[in-house]
Design a protein around this ligand. Structure first.
Ligand code: UD1
Ligand code: CA
Length: 452
């Protein structure tokens, strides 16, 4: 394959989203749209990546940093004009140029590769366009082509006549062009059209006039190239992404009891023979090992879960949670910056924050690590096989030794040694028969009061 450069158009802020955030930075599955696109493009190992920015460009530059080059387009005079701004960055570039739109973020690497392959086919097309057939063609530019996929004309919806509008093959916006030809073609694009814009699509028409071929590659799944122009389309993109990810998880050997109710993050990693029950939500940074069961209504974020663990129902794993092999977290348990050792259990109603729990330890119902004094966070270390009785408050910083027992209801503020029992409770008052005498006395008093 030849060297590749990508040009990503993102000069328009996306007025229809009605947002203070640039369109391409809106997240899908917790990741900015443009990052999804850059991740896919990175699979081609591009020699150069140029992002064309304009409105809200500081936001885009802050998000992408120095990993890409920027071309500024000001004012925005159309997609052709936008690509032209990348000329200084690509003037000596003789490889292939792949043009992508920041608001069409889910183009697959395989699709990108097939376009570059088509560019180098025997008939040597000047331009390769990615076409698709959406259920509703209304606002898209049309690709008028013959049955061999040779393009006769590219026409924008606003400029199209009735016969052209009847064509169902639409322009996704994605194009592949040889770097040595792109800017010469662009220099000849005018703006005599319905929108008085410099259309990128016109390079196809100009190449045709030169007697060159241009080819369309048809995208099998229209959802791969659906653009995001409004909040409704953003929600649609999220829904589509989730569908793809659920299918991928199931293909990878996970059982999803009700797939539509499970929500993944862009980076969720799931092992084999994992069972995920209804209504489970993954935030970013979660890795799930093999043979893990996640029960209903659990929420996981920034968590590493090893083989054979059980989670939930109604569990919350916050960032920095690590569950070692075979450990268990039950209902209404919250963990944060906490490692639960091999086979350890916290089965009910517990908060573990800034804590290390040794292997085989048992954390009783209602145990709370008091990790915050209002100013600083403190650590709790619980030894292997320790037994923490129900409703204990562990006041950090605190160490509890291996095999130690903390009696139920204890508020522990000093370290507990290995194998020690710690009981922190008030002395118990025991008065046999006292309650009976009390009730008798009170009943008599009430009867006397009624007579008066
Ligand atoms: C464009 C295509 C249309 C295609 C559709 C697919 C042209 C002329 N039209 O139309 O054929 O069906 O995309 O979604 O190419 N942009 C700039 N600078 C500009 C104008 C646009 O950077 O001056 C960027 C936008 O930020 C966006 C992309 O280019 O990422 C597409 O622009 P948009 O105005 O949405 O084009 P469409 O009218 O949708
Ligand atoms: Ca668009």
């Amino acid at each position: 394959m030849k060297e590749v450069a990508t040009v990503i158009l993102a000069a328009g802020k996306g007025t229809r989203l009605n947002s203070a955030l640039h369109k391409v930075l809106h997240p899908v599955a917790g990741r900015a749209m443009i990052h999804h696109l850059l991740d896919s493009a990175a699979k081609l190992e591009p020699a150069k990546t140029v992002v064309v920015v304009g409105e809200y460009r500081e936001q885009v530059q802050d998000a992408l940093g120095a990993n890409v080059e920027y071309a500024v387009q000001e004012p925005q005079l159309g997609t052709g004009h936008a690509v032209q701004q990348a000329e200084p960055m690509l003037k000596d570039f003789t490889g292939d140029v792949l043009i992508l739109y920041g608001d069409v973020p889910f183009v697959k690497p395989e699709t990108m590769v097939s376009m570059l392959d088509r560019l180098h086919a025997e008939d040597a097309p000047a331009v390769v366009v990615l076409g698709f057939r959406p259920p509703d063609t209304l606002r898209y530019g049309r690709v008028i082509s013959d049955r061999f996929g040779r393009i006769e004309k590219m026409v924008e919806h606003k400029d199209a006549n009735e016969a052209e509008r009847a064509c169902t093959l639409c322009n996704s916006g994605v194009m592949a062009v040889k770097g040595s030809e792109l800017f010469e073609l662009l220099s000849r694009v005018g703006n005599t059209n319905a929108q008085h814009e410099y259309y990128l699509t016109d390079i196809v028409n100009l190449a045709n006039e030169d007697g060159r071929n241009c080819a369309v590659v048809e995208c099998e799944d229209h959802r791969e190239v659906t653009g995001v122009n409004s909040r409704a389309e953003l929600a649609e993109a999220e829904a589509q992404w989730q569908e793809f990810k659920r299918a991928e998880a199931m293909d990878g050997g996970a059982t999803l009891k009700a797939p539509k109710t499970v929500f993944f993050s862009w980076d969720t990693q799931i092992g084999k023979d994992v069972t995920i029950e209804q209504n489970v939500v993954f935030g970013p940074g979660v890795t799930i090992g093999d043979n893990v069961t996640i029960r209903s209504f659990s929420h996981l974020e920034g968590a590493e879960v090893e083989e054979g663990c059980e989670i939930g129902p109604f569990a919350r794993l916050r960032p920095g949670s690590v569950m070692k092999e075979g450990s268990k977290v039950g209902n209404f348990v919250e963990m944060k910056k906490t490692t639960l050792g091999e086979g350890a259990k916290a089965n009910h109603l517990t908060y573990l924050g800034d804590t290390t729990v040794g292997g085989g330890a048992n954390i009783g119902a209602g145990t709370i690590t008091c990790n915050y004094d209002g100013y600083f966070k403190h650590q709790t270390v619980i030894g292997e096989r320790a037994f923490i009785g129900s409703n204990s408050a562990l006041i950090a910083p605190l160490k509890i030794g291996a095999d130690a027992i903390v009696a139920a209801g204890s508020a522990v503020s000093r370290d507990v040694g290995d194998g020690e029992l710690r009981m922190v409770r008030a002395e118990q008052l025991v008065k046999p028969g006292w309650a009976d005498r009390f009730h008798d006395a009170m009943k008599k008093k009430k009867a006397a009061a009624k007579k008066d």
